[in-house]
Design a protein around this ligand. Sequence first.
Ligand SMILES: [Zn+2]
Length: 407
Amino acid sequence: MSHPDLISFAGGWEGYRVRNTTTTGTGNEKRIEIELVPKFQEQLLCPCCGKQCTGVHETTKRIVRDLPILDARTYLVVHHRRLFCPQCGPVLESLPWLAKHARVTGRLAASVARLCSWLPIKHVAEFYALSWDQVKEIDKRSLQQRFGSVDLSTVEVIGMDEFALRKGHRYATVIVEPHRKEVLFVAKGRSRESIRPFFQQLGDEGRKRLKAVAMDMNGAFEEEVKANCPQAAIVYDLFHVVAKYSREVLDRVRNAEADRIKDDKKARKIIRTSRWLLLRNSRNVKDGDMVRLQELLQANQNLLTVYLLKEDLKQLWRFRCTEEAELFWEQWYRRAMESKIPQLVLFATRLQVYLQGILNHCLWQLHTGILEGINNKIKVIKRMAYGFRDHDYFFLKIRAAFPGIPG
Ligand SMILES: [Zn+2]
C-alpha cells in the first residue's frame, strides 16, 4: 500500500481521494496537510431533491481540521463542489464526514464533545489547539442533538428544585424524573412563570397523567402544580425540610447560645466550631469528635433537644402508613411545643401547616437524592467555568449530566 492509499484508507473520507500530502513545521507547530479531491462518479445526485445533477457549478477549497495524525495537527484541503441541479439550482454537495459549514470533521467534533463531558473547555481547546469558542460551539451542538428534546410521554412523578446561578441571586429551576434520575427541564428563574413551559410541554394528557410532585415547601411551585395538575399529590422531601430545620432551628439556637455565653471563652469556642458536628448524622461522627459533641451537648440542654428532635424528624419519612406517621408527628409536635425553645416552637408551628405534604410521602416515596446530587453537580459545572453567558449551554450540560437510566 502506498502512502496516499494508506491515508485514504484510514481517513475514510467517503467520495474523496488523497491527491497530495505535505508536512510543515516542527514540534508543536508540526502540521500535515492532506489535499482531497472528489473521486470520479457516474452520477451526481442532488442532496435536496435526489434528482440527477447536470454538472458541477463550482469548486471551492475548504480548509478543515481533522483528528491529529501521530504528533501533527492535521488539516484537510477539501475541493468541495457545488453541483447544479435542474430543479434546485446550485447546491452544495453533502459529505457524510463533514457538516455543511463546519470547520472540523465529524469525527474530530465527536472526539471534542466526548472530552468535554470530562474536562473543562479550556483544556480541550489546548489539547486540540482549537479556540475556546470553537470547542464550546462543538460541544453545544452535540448536546443539542442528544438532549435538545425530551420524551415526557410516560412521566408520572417529578421532583423540582431551585438553585442559585450566582450566590444569593439569579436562580434557575430543575425538574427531574426521580426514578429514572433524569433531568427533564431546566429554566431560568424560580417563579410560577418559569416552570409553566414545562406543563405546556406536557400537554393535556401529560398533565392528567402526573400523580405526584416532590418539592421544597415553595408556595410558587405548589400553586403552579395545582393549577395545572389538581390531581397530583404534593410531597415535601426530607432533604429540604431537614435543611430548613438546620438553618432555622439548629443554627439559630447555637448562635443564641454563643451570645449568651459571650464571656465564657472556652465554651464559646466549642460551640462555634461545632456546627458541622451538629449537622452530621450521628453514626458518622468519629469517637474523638463524639467526646467533644457530648461535652458540647452537656453544656447546653437546648442544643441537645434540637439535635435529638432533628434526628426524630427524619424518622417521619420512614413511614409507609399515613396513620402511623400522623401519630408520630403529633408526638414530635408536642415535644417541640413543650421544649419552649422559641425557634423550635416557631418551626413546628409553621411545619404543621405543611403536614399533608409530609404525610403524602407515605404513599409516594419519591427519592429526591437526585436533587441533592444535581446541586452538587451544578457546583462542579460552575467550577469547570462553562460560564453563564450562555444559559442554554449551561442547562444542556446539566441535562447531559443526568441523562436518565432506562426504567
Ligand atoms: Zn435538487
